[in-house]
Design a protein around this ligand. Structure first.
Ligand SMILES: *Cc1c(COP(=O)(O)O)cnc(C)c1O
Length: 388
């Protein structure tokens, strides 16, 4: 049996009729840039996320970049985030001229630890002593809702209020996730989503969207994505070329009605995995905090005792796909060496990077496939016990 980490073709086969029709409609309209489907997608996503506005852009990375610009974050500023995320979050901070401040995660959810943000802002951490962080220049916090589970937003919002900081949610992995009945992207000043093909709601190319409740931010973002112009060829500010193609919007609109079902299926798959794997001592199954609806963009286990690489190879021999998200935390990336972090600074992120392994979790998986993956993992650890 072969169980790929992700098989997008299965989904396409199921909804081919609707997708092909959506594409054909755009081809017939020949309205490829900011067409009617883009407006419709913005309206449906803002409804879905319970926000007033949604502004479609070219990617999740651009969503983060434009959001930072939108809130006036720029050269000389600092932005708090975690090093245990996709590179994009920190890349966007760097690319507006600001500096990321990395603080550690909570080991159970893999999300940013509000206590550590507080310690930083109180001037108690190594950042101040060693990294030339200027606390008066900290402008924003970007929590990442990693693997589909939202960060501890009540605490983060409270700290942000106390220190007068903006919150930008990196919800790229969390469309449809909830925290105490609030949807991802509806809590911060701005919420950033990616429609990269592998995300829970994926386009057939790059795409992204920004959600907000604030009209003035939405109005600015709409200009910013078309070179800062409101009226053609008249520019009040310098923006970007960052639009979502009409074709991608049409493809996303065709899939949006299925999103909740797909997310539910992911949760059921996760429950099945955890039920079978929970008794294996050498792995930890994902933890879902009570106040959160986890949408399992990834089902990520921890593999203890340095067995991860061996397990990965074993699974690969069995035809099973698995992947490490993410093997090197951002504070230790080559490109950020000049920031001055060193190994050991953020131990929980470093430990997570050494232990995590994501297993196939996509909605179209069959029960037999999940059982095969679990049996293979059990065999691996069973053999280990027998051999030792
Ligand atoms: C995918 C992702 C992004 C970037 O999205 P792109 O659309 O690929 O630019 C940013 N942050 C996180 C956490 C992501 O998973």
């Amino acid at each position: 049996m072969e169980v790929p980490l992700l098989d997008l073709k299965r989904r396409y086969d199921l909804i081919k009729g609707e997708i092909d029709k959506a594409i054909e409609n755009v081809l017939n309209s020949q309205h490829f840039i900011l067409g009617e489907e883009v407006r419709q997608l913005e309206s449906e996503i803002s409804d879905y996320c319970n926000t007033e506005y949604a502004i479609a852009v070219a990617s999740g990375t651009d969503a983060l970049l434009l959001s930072l610009r939108n809130l006036g974050v720029g050269i000389g500023d600092f932005v708090i985030t975690t090093p245990f995320t996709f590179f994009s979050t920190a890349g966007a901070i760097h690319n507006v001229g600001a500096t990321p401040i990395f603080v550690d995660i909570k080991p159970d959810t893999f999300n940013i630890d509000p206590e550590k943000i507080k310690e930083l802002l109180e001037g108690k951490t190594f950042h101040i002593a060693r990294l030339r962080v200027n606390l008066s220049k900290v402008k924003a916090i970007i929590p990442i809702h990693l693997y589909g589970q939202m960060a501890d937003m009540d605490s983060i919002v409270e700290i942000a209020k106390e220190y007068n900081l903006n919150v930008i949610e990196d919800a790229c992995q969390a469309i449809g996730a909830e925290y105490k009945d609030k949807k991802a992207g509806s809590i911060g000043a701005l919420g950033c989503f990616s429609f990269f093909p592998t995300k829970n709601l994926g386009a057939y190319g790059d795409g992204g969207i920004i959600t907000t409740a604030r009209e003035e931010l939405a109005v600015e973002l709409k200009k910013m994505r078309i070179h800062g112009s409101e009226k053609d060829y008249h520019h009040l500010s310098v923006g970007y070329n960052s639009r979502l193609d009409t074709l991608q919007a049409a493809i996303l609109l065709a899939q949006l009605p299925y999103l909740d079902d797909w997310n539910k299926k992911r949760k059921e798959n996760a429950a099945l995995y955890s039920d079978i794997l929970k008794d294996i001592d050498e792995i930890d199954c994902p933890y879902a905090a009570g106040e959160c609806t986890h949408i399992f963009h990834q089902y990520t286990i921890r593999v203890k005792n340095n067995k991860r690489e061996e397990l990965m190879n074993f699974l690969s021999e069995k035809g099973i796909g698995s992947k490490i998200y993410y093997p090197l935390p951002l504070h230790l990336q080559e490109c950020f060496i000049s920031l001055g972090y060193k190994k050991g600074d953020l131990p929980l992120s470093e430990e997570a990077a050494d232990e995590v392994l994501s297993l196939p979790i996509f909605p179209e998986l069959t029960e037999e496939e999940i059982e095969y993956v679990c049996d293979s993992i059990k065999t691996f650890f069973g053999n280990k016990i027998a051999n030792s």
